[in-house]
Design a protein around this ligand. Structure first.
Ligand SMILES: Nc1ncnc2c1ncn2[C@@H]1O[C@H](COP(=O)(O)OP(=O)(O)OP(=O)(O)O)[C@@H](O)[C@H]1O
Ligand SMILES: [Mg+2]
Length: 477
């Protein structure tokens, strides 16, 4: 039986741009190939029947790297902790191929841990098994929380011993395949500016708009929009997408940890989950990466940092877009961010919408209560879902009746009660459903990840990991 993963319709999209944007590279030969994770939901998204795709098919395509197209290590630079780094690029990965989902969108299979490339510098081109597991889990948790994110398609353990400063070593190795709506980064454009190639910038912009901003592409080709206008509209749309993405992280309580411009996608999708963490409690200064000594990429800084990264991107895009247009585009960041964050937080609190002043006040008292009480961020929203009852509208003392009647919860309780007064019985029913959709039961705090890693590390027991993935993926969870 032929391998359905190799028989997909691979489109040479980036390949067709020519060799200025990538280097063709080989995949590493691994001593072992054990399939540890395959993403059932993504097979469906590709129109594949999971029953027809065997583990051996996965290993052939995404462990042994039987290929359909050449493997492309993409070239990029980036600002890392505000320092410009021209020595980047896919140093442990490549673009395996590009395929359409059943939604008509173009997706990349991008590898991580597949061997050395011209951009590996002194490093080994590998991914630790624990690193692979963490990225699988982060993406599935974020997806369930409604964050626009890349996801992992497969994870294969590869039987090598790796040495890492941040894991007890030797540690086990893996290779991951990521399913992403483009691996083109802000840093991809930064490199083109650095090598002074405005022609390549425009060519790549046309490509990005055609494949990842199809509505804009269509509008521009039909309505005779000038190229400069088209590029300006693209930047304005990107600002909106990034503002919405960071609002999604903030509402989810997610700290990405390494918001360098090489980790920012030009499609506004979230990816690269290294030292990330979900916040245990609401604390803006919470910092996830041990090497982020000054808390630059702390939880509360994320909106500012993303805005700043969009501003940094103006330098390369100035090859195609008038500065005034980019300024006008970026000026809307705050408005987009606030609107998206407000909407997502109201959803987590059970509401579709509220009158402006009331909604703003509810958000304010909620954040104040979360910050001052230091109650678990995840726990608060899950308990709201679990304990919510229509009787809350009739009797304020029923609201979180089990909670200690502390000074901290009392003002929140009073205001929540006040908001419930304007709702009908039907509204209250809908609230219960909304709370379920927006506040999953399963969280992904660090101890949860450690609790599934430990049995793997100690006795190669993968059951707790599979159970956790199942719960994270369950829309009813
Ligand atoms: N073990 C390694 N071997 C070779 N290159 C590496 C290794 N680890 C990181 N790099 C390179 O260092 C840079 C920054 O790494 P970072 O961790 O942000 O990216 P990554 O996680 O490898 O890839 P991605 O951004 O696609 O998730 C990238 O150019 C990456 O390829
Ligand atoms: Mg990266």
């Amino acid at each position: 039986m032929s391998n359905p993963l190799l028989s997909l319709n691979y489109e040479p999209a980036i390949e067709s741009l020519g060799g200025d944007y990538f280097d063709e590279v080989p995949a590493a030969d691994f001593p072992q190939h054990i399939l540890r994770f395959r993403n059932y939901q993504l097979l469906l998204k590709l129109g594949l029947d999971p029953a027809q795709v065997t583990d051996q098919h996965f290993i052939e395509a995404f462990g042994k790297f039987h290929c359909v197209r050449p493997f492309l290590a993409l070239r990029y630079h980036g600002y890392q902790f505000n320092e410009y780094n021209p020595n980047l690029g896919d140093g442990r990965g490549f673009l395996y191929g590009q395929v359409r989902g059943t939604d008509g969108r173009l997706y990349d299979f991008g590898t991580k841990g597949s061997g050395r490339t011209p951009y590996s510098r002194h490093a080994d081109g590998r991914l630790t098994l624990k690193g692979g597991i963490r990225e699988v889990l982060a993406a599935e948790a974020l997806h369930r929380l409604g964050v626009r994110t890349s996801r992992c398609f497969s994870l294969v353990e590869t039987g090598e011993a790796l040495w890492r400063g941040d894991e007890p070593s030797p540690t086990r190795s893996s290779v991951m395949v990521r399913f992403s709506h483009s691996h083109i980064r802000f840093g991809t454009f930064e490199r083109l500016h650095y090598i002074r190639r405005p022609d390549l910038t425009k060519k790549l912009l046309d490509f990005v708009i055609e494949y990842y901003y199809p509505e804009l592409h269509l509008e521009a080709s039909n309505a005779g929009v000038s190229p400069a206008e088209k590029y300006a509209l693209f930047y304005a749309d990107l600002v909106k997408r990034v503002a919405e993405l960071v609002a999604q992280w903030m509402a989810a309580g997610f700290c990405h940890a390494v918001l360098n411009t090489d980790n920012m996608s030009i499609t506004g999708e979230s990816f690269d989950y290294g030292p990330f963490a979900f916040i245990p409690t609401y604390k803006p200064e919470f910092t996830a990466a041990y090497f982020d000594h000054y808390g630059l990429y702390c939880y509360g800084n994320q909106p500012l940092i993303c805005r700043d990264n969009l501003e940094k991107l103006q330098q390369p895009l100035a090859a195609a877009i008038p500065q005034a247009d980019m300024d006008a585009g970026l000026a809307k960041f705050g408005e987009y961010y606030n609107a998206a964050y407000r909407q997502l937080m109201l959803n987590r609190l059970g509401f579709e919408d509220l009158p402006e002043a009331e909604g703003d006040e509810l958000l304010k008292v909620t954040i104040k209560m979360l910050a001052e009480s230091q109650v678990g961020y995840h726990d608060f929203f899950f308990e709201l879902r679990r304990q919510f009852s229509g009787t809350w509208r009739d009797d304020a003392s029923q609201i979180f009746a089990e909670a200690e009647p502390t000074d901290l919860i009392a003002p929140w309780r009073q205001f929540y009660y006040h908001v419930l007064q304007s709702l009908s019985a039907d509204d209250l029913d809908k609230m219960a459903d909304r709370l379920r959709r927006h506040n999953p039961e399963q969280s992904l705090l660090r101890p949860t990840i450690e609790a599934v890693w430990e049995p793997i590390a100690i006795e190669d027991n993968w059951e707790p990991f599979y159970e956790l993935v199942k719960r994270l993926q369950d829309p009813e969870n």
